[in-house]
Write a protein that binds this ligand. Structure first.
Ligand code: SF4
Length: 243
């Protein structure tokens, strides 16, 4: 089977997210060689989250039955904790799907690429219910209430990509928190919000291309302790970042 070649895009939903969270981290990762040269091992939590995403992806694949999911979970040699984590998240997904009257997603792990904007992303799931499309992001981590505006922005980036690249006009967007199902939310897509988030997204992308170091300030937070650039963050300078 031939491997699908994934074109590296200037912009992606995750790059925009990083820029919004810490512009300096985005700069290190994407505008310097440091992003490639400094490697980090994914945390146990991230590894488990990746496995759950894979299992949810398999659940949405009409060609993959339960035995494929079992085989996959066996093959990745999960610890007992990892198996429990997967089973809990999968069971919670079924509870969430039941609550919203949803089954398998119409599209899953859908790569979307916009040549004009040089922007890409992966949409976890697009459900079709009563003739309406729902764009859903699966979250295996915690829900942070102060990040609600960021969550909504992320979802609108998917709405923009789905509309432009797939011709799909989503009516609803949401996040399924498979570890904390009570935090799951689904909201209606609103045209005014669409326009606002589209404009915000373009503004971020413009700033991400900038050669003005002022566009890449440090944004210190508790997340700094997980940042792979923490040891050079204060001392680093180059032609753009001169501070
Ligand atoms: S250490 Fe903190 S401020 Fe520095 S790049 Fe990383 S996240 Fe940003």
């Amino acid at each position: 089977m031939s491997e699908q070649v994934v074109k590296r895009r200037t912009f992606s939903k995750s790059k925009i997210n990083t820029f919004k969270t810490c512009p300096r981290q985005y700069y290190f990762q994407n505008r310097t060689e440091l992003g490639r040269s400094i490697r980090e091992s994914p945390s146990h939590q991230v590894q488990n989250g990746n496995v759950v995403h894979k299992v949810l992806e398999l659940f949405n694949d009409p060609n993959a039955d339960e035995s494929v999911i079992d085989i996959h979970m066996d093959a990745i040699n999960l610890t007992d904790d990892g198996v429990q984590f997967c089973e809990k998240n999968l069971a919670n997904l079924f509870t969430i799907l039941d609550k919203y009257g949803l089954g398998r997603a119409e599209l899953h792990e859908q790569r979307v690429e916009d040549d004009e904007l040089d922007l890409s992303g992966y949409i976890d799931a697009i459900y079709l219910k009563d003739g309406e499309y729902w764009i859903i992001d699966y979250k295996t981590g915690k829900f942070y209430k102060p990040k609600m505006d960021d969550y909504i922005f992320e979802l609108y980036v998917y709405v923009i990509l789905a509309r432009r690249c797939l011709g799909i006009n989503a009516s609803k967007i949401g996040m399924f928190f498979t570890q904390f199902p009570k935090k799951t939310f689904v909201i209606d897509v609103n045209e005014d919000e669409y326009d606002k988030h589209y404009a915000d997204m373009l503004a971020h992308m413009e700033n991400m291309k900038s050669n003005d170091g002022a566009m890449f300030p440090r944004s210190r937070s508790r997340l700094c302790s997980y940042c792979k650039f923490i040891n050079l963050c204060d001392g680093y300078t180059d032609d753009i970042i001169k501070d």
